[in-house]
Design a protein around this ligand. Sequence first.
Ligand code: PRX
Length: 637
Amino acid sequence: MVDRHEDILAAEHEIYYPPPEVVEKAYIKDYDAVREKALADIEAFWAERAQELDWFEPWEKVLDDSNAPFYKWFVGAKTNIVHNALDRHINTWRKNKIALIWEGEPGDQRSYSYYRLWQEVNKFANVLRSLGVKKGDTVTIYMGRVPELPIAMLATAKIGAIHSVVYGGFSEQALADRIHDAQSRVLITADGAWLRGKTVNLKDIADEAVHRSPVVEHMVVVKRTGQQVNMEQGRDYWYHELMSLPIASPHCETEVMDAEDPLFILYTSGTTGKPKGVLHTHGGYQVYTSTTLKWVFDIKDDDRWWCAADPGWITGHSYIVYAPLILGATSFMYEGAPNYPYPDRWWRMVEKYGITILYTAPTAIRGLMRFGDAWPKRHDLSSLRLLGSVGEPINPEAWRWYYRVIGKEKCPIMDTWWQTETGGFMITPVPSYPLKPGSATKPFPGIDAEIVDEEGDPVKPNEDGYLVIKKPWPGMARTVWGDPDRYVKQYWERYKEKGYYLTGDSARKDEDGYFWIIGRIDDVIKVSGYRLGTAEIESALVSHPAVAEAAVIGIPDELKGNVIWAYVILKQGVEGSDKLVDELKQHVRHETGPITVPAKIFFVDSLPKTRSGKIMRRVLKARALGKDVGDTSTLAD
Ligand code: PRX
């Protein structure tokens, strides 16, 4: 491995120009000019984009900023995102186009035309209605990467209910907390999920979560693995059984929604405390996600788009489910691990399905790079025309490998910076724009991003600062579910006077105006691109009977970006041992899920704290990395 810091400095002067055939095909040929024009009048710009979609009734006002930061977009308009994603295609030639191709980890395959997907969604929407789900209710969805997941999301949205998808890699307490916060009376899950040739017992986890959060009245269970599960009479129903009842008619009226009506809640980790439910709405989100996908990945009717994320995260919500369907694209979705049964599983599928655009995360790229060039070289990857990256900064070394070995130096890489809260891509190139490995390049048209100091003033080129967004955009989160104060506090209070949105990331801009994202400046840790909160993992540790107190930090890791280290104070009389380390790891896995398990656990007698009792993770981290601990004047001890 090369030195990352040195490599980034070198990459600043390494420019990759797009091949002429890419520029010729691109929707946006002069990115800078389009960006400039959009920023000059964001309302006119977004109104023009919104006109590409169907609305039951038009808006009276594009942007209402009278109650900032609670911005409203397309005020007065009536719509439903599912109308744009499915219904409207059924009256066009796209009716018979493939919407979704899916491959299961064991090798089974399914594909859905727009017509078939529409029917399945209608059927399940009717099932949900028969279970008493109404407009404005929340439905929690917890399953693996199977087609029933997008179907459940779309069916929920179709009848005006609000989905809350919990990533299938989370475990009991994490699921229970999210069900409780959303107060969902219906939970949609599966018996199990395939992962690396083994099955995960999702239904068992769901049962325990419902035991802890008993608001759930009904569970709908998709049969995926066929493993033995408990079905509680009167509460639990098999998906396939409900779908074969007469109530599951293939016709279902789409609920007419206000543009600002809630579409979904997605829980994400913030600075402190419990995960927050980020809320997105029908109108602005559909405009934002479809515009960004169309321009950044140049989606055309003959494309086969593969967003390799999980539908359980924002990347999957926006770019597996909603945006590709709105654009009438053909998507591919894969259930399992990239290296199962062999490290060429992905490349085999790129060849087999003729994937034209692959969008994934740096951690996956680094993971596959580790197996060497021979695996991808065994396959014909010539169908690819564009590549993408998201989730964390991509190190130039991985970027070059992706560009050279996967893209054969003819596929530009769209490094897209964005967040759960932003709904869609925010800082990103378009295919016609010159690239620098490791830079997400420039803000998308209509996005006013800046790097500022403590006072909110722009920093000089090449200086680090806080990444902020200075103007609202249609895909922005509207609030934190049930906690509007937290929304204000977390994102808007810091630069209140100026009205800037605080992203929680630090970044810098080089002399050419290219943005380089450095990473989180709060207590969020990115592990393999997954966004985890220190507080949730610490609570999981403290819920073990041997633990009195715990603090976790993120430590840089070549493969995963970061790994978690935990510092634990044991209760009096408890002795630390290797066995206890294993037990604590097992406990965290069980409570919050495998992705949250600390790589290392240290037993300590005390933790560095401020005089007001706040753990100074910064001090722990500096010490762990052998760095200067910096200003410790607020340290109590
Ligand atoms: O730190 C940034 C990092 O991921 C955070 C957002 O995480 P999440 O809400 O889970 O959404 C991930 C998928 C959109 C950001 O605050 N991040 C995301 N994309 C990039 C990135 N860091 C650098 N480069 C990116 N392309």
